[in-house]
Design a protein around this ligand. Structure first.
Ligand code: XMP
Length: 514
């Protein structure tokens, strides 16, 4: 079947999967390929349109990522975004150079003339910019269709050839009308008809897994978070009792979380899974003793995780597949997502365990973003309460404690976090905030309690608004709520005497606090 598709050509930027995801949100199937993909392969795929993404290079530098100039002559609509726009202009004879004023963040863009790309887009529209270079002059044949105060060519088109270049990032939600622009590209310019949906993804993935697993045994790494829960339920629908779910309690979970997970997935819960809980707290604490560096902590926790699985697998007997709930942001930020730079390693993006009886790792959610995983969860009839659960990283509180991890510090952060969550829920803020949690800083300072001097730890509260977890803004929590949380934490959590609120966005911060 020649399914209608859009190709996203990856030039190595951080937002590239977002582009694909936004296209899929328009119900159009989309695949990502490296800029190194040759023209013949692209032609054979017969895409309805091509999107060139952002990237970290300067297109005029030697060795910069580029593409075959013939790409622009195939008669297929092309949309260049940021670096993609610059490379298009550079190849076709425009001028790209270092911008006199670097634009970063939300910038007002003025639409200068009508364009199918900007159909129903306001004349003044806020767009997300992140560039050091700019298009000084558009290539011959192109009309400028938008500008900003510092950027003469914010967007350009060659309408007859269906070539479009935009300097900003429509895929980032800060570009208020970005989704409209991408939808205009796929529907008005590429003439797509739509039809790709999440239910089809779920159904196809289940079928693919069933075929792949055949009569094999499957072991699932269940953490109780949204990702691994959706992966586990998907697997159980695909292969039934060939699946065993192992839940490793590494002692780095939130307060009472281990028991809650057991209640849901254990024999008393609604699922018919083979469920094994491994209480491995001591092993993890011993391994983490004296370790301060966050990447090292991630690696230790990740490796120990694999070891525990190997041991379980040995007890169960031969196991063919290991399931992990890896989702796309884990992949891209681990430097495995094509051309992007490594930010941090996530322990659930995996190498194969050494134990020979694992044939392969299954990662059914590898191409999805968090909100797509939730939509898949709803398709699978997983209760809303679980589907909308707060995200929680695989290495758990191990990466929410800055510096050495000890049982005592875990207790502090668990208690502070439980108070924080309770108060935000009471204030009705939990649904509005993408992710929030308490972390323990490595800072001790002097305080006074009663008439006593204290010298205790500071807890950092984090709350971010985000849809895709690739970018985020610090949530504006009302002062009185923060006040209540603070006084409860310093009163109720032993050895904590200060509470700080983290106002940093992502970028430049990350969502986790490690
Ligand atoms: P960062 O801190 O990278 O977090 O901005 C983005 C999202 O990913 C979650 N996160 C992880 N999830 N394993 C996971 O499954 C990990 O190792 C991991 N590290 C961060 C984080 O909670 C946020 O939702």
């Amino acid at each position: 079947m020649n399914r209608e598709k859009i190709l996203v050509i990856d030039f190595g930027g951080q937002y590239n999967q977002l582009v694909a995801r936004r296209v899929r949100e328009c119900n159009v199937y989309c695949e990502i390929y490296s800029y190194k993909t040759d023209l013949d392969t692209i032609r054979k795929m017969n895409p309805k349109g091509i999107i060139l993404t952002g990237g970290p290079n300067s297109c005029y530098e030697e060795g910069a990522a580029t593409c075959d100039p013939t790409l622009f002559k195939l008669g297929i609509p092309v949309l260049g975004l940021c670096y993609g726009a610059q490379i298009m202009m550079h190849i076709l004879g425009g001028q790209v150079c270092k911008a006199p004023v670097r634009e970063y963040g939300k910038i007002q863009v003025t639409v200068d003339r009508s364009s199918p790309l900007f159909q129903n887009v306001s004349e003044q529209t806020i767009c997300w910019m992140s560039h050091n270079d700019y298009i000084k002059t558009a290539a011959p044949g192109f009309q400028i269709i938008a500008h900003t105060s510092d950027c003469p060519v914010a967007a350009a088109q060659w309408e007859e050839r269906r070539l479009y270049a935009i300097q900003f990032h429509p895929e980032v939600l800060h570009t208020t009308e970005g989704t409209k622009m991408l939808s205009n590209f796929v529907y008005q310019i590429c003439n797509c008809s739509g039809g790709w949906k999440m239910d089809a993804f779920v159904e196809n993935t289940i079928k693919t897994i069933r075929k792949k697993v055949a009569s094999g045994k499957v072991l699932c790494a269940l953490s109780g978070g949204v990702d691994s829960s959706v992966a586990a339920v998907m697997l159980s629908k695909a292969v039934g009792d060939q699946l065993t779910c192992v839940f490793v309690d590494h002692g780095l979970l939130r307060k009472n979380e281990g028991d809650e997970i057991e209640e849901i997935f254990g024999p008393a819960g609604p699922y018919e899974l083979n469920f094994i809980r491994v209480n491995a707290q001591k092993r993890f604490f011993d391994k983490l003793k004296g370790v301060e560096e966050p990447e090292q902590k991630r690696k230790i926790i990740g490796e120990e995780f694999i070891r525990v699985f190997e041991e379980e697998a040995k007890k169960i007997g031969a196991v063919d597949f290991l399931v992990q709930g890896t989702i796309y942001p884990d992949v891209v930020e681990s430097g495995l997502g094509g051309e992007s730079a490594t930010i941090k390693s996530h322990h659930n993006v995996g190498g194969l365990p050494d134990y020979v009886d694992f044939k392969e790792i299954l990662e059914p959610l590898r191409d999805l973003f968090k909100d797509e995983v939730r939509r898949a969860g709803l398709e699978l009839d997983i209760p809303k309460k679980l589907v909308y659960r707060q995200p929680f990283p695989g290495p758990g509180l191990g990466i929410r404690i800055v510096g050495e991890v000890t049982a005592e510090k875990v207790r502090m952060v668990q208690e502070a976090d439980a108070i924080y969550r309770e108060e935000l829920e009471k204030a009705g803020l939990d649904k509005q905030i993408g992710q929030y949690f308490a972390a323990l800083t490595n800072m001790r300072s002097v305080g006074v309690m009663g008439d006593e001097r204290t010298y205790d730890y500071a807890v950092a509260l984090r709350a971010v608004c985000t849809v895709d977890f690739m970018t985020a803004e610090a949530a504006q929590i009302p002062w009185d709520v923060l006040g209540r949380v603070t006084s409860r934490i310093v009163n109720e959590v032993k050895n904590v005497n200060r509470v700080l609120y983290d106002c940093t966005g992502k970028p430049p911060g990350t969502i986790e606090f490690e």
